[in-house]
Ligand binder design. Structure first.
Ligand SMILES: [Zn+2]
Ligand SMILES: [Zn+2]
Ligand SMILES: [Zn+2]
Ligand SMILES: [Zn+2]
Length: 109
C-alpha cells in the first residue's frame, strides 16, 4: 500500500486519504481531475463536494444558482431547473446566466 504524501498514513484508496481528508484524484469517473491538496471543498473541474464524498461516499454537487445539493449524476437542478450540463451534448455549462449551450446552442431554459 502506498503512503499518503501529506500525513504519511497508509492510503486505503488511491483516490483519497481518509486519515487527513485529502482527495488526490477526483473520484468522479467522468472527471478524474488531480486535486492533491488538503482542505479543498469541491473539485475544480466537475464541482463534486469532496467533504460529502469523504464522509459518506455520496457524490453531490452544489447548484451554483440555488445552492441546493444535487446528485452528481443529475444533469439538471431539481429545484431551480439550472442545467449543470447541456442536455444534448453534455458540455459543462460554465455560468448560471447562459441561456444556450456554448458548444451546440441547445436552449437551456
Ligand atoms: Zn493523509
Ligand atoms: Zn471532479
Ligand atoms: Zn438549483
Ligand atoms: Zn450542448
Amino acid at each position: 500500500m502506498d503512503k499518503c504524501p501529506i500525513c504519511k498514513e497508509e492510503k486505503k484508496s488511491k483516490n483519497y486519504c481518509k486519515a487527513c481528508k485529502t482527495v488526490f484524484v477526483c473520484p468522479n469517473q467522468n472527471c478524474g481531475a488531480d486535486i492533491g491538496k488538503k482542505d479543498v471543498d469541491t473539485c475544480p473541474r466537475c464541482g463534486l463536494l469532496l467533504k460529502d464524498y469523504l464522509d459518506s461516499h455520496k457524490m453531490y454537487r452544489q447548484c451554483p444558482k440555488c445552492k441546493k445539493k444535487q446528485g452528481l449524476s443529475e444533469p439538471q437542478c431539481k429545484s431551480c431547473k439550472y442545467w449543470f450540463n447541456c442536455p444534448s451534448c453534455g458540455h459543462k455549462v460554465p455560468s448560471t446566466s447562459m441561456l444556450t449551450c456554448p458548444r451546440c446552442a441547445t436552449s437551456l431554459r
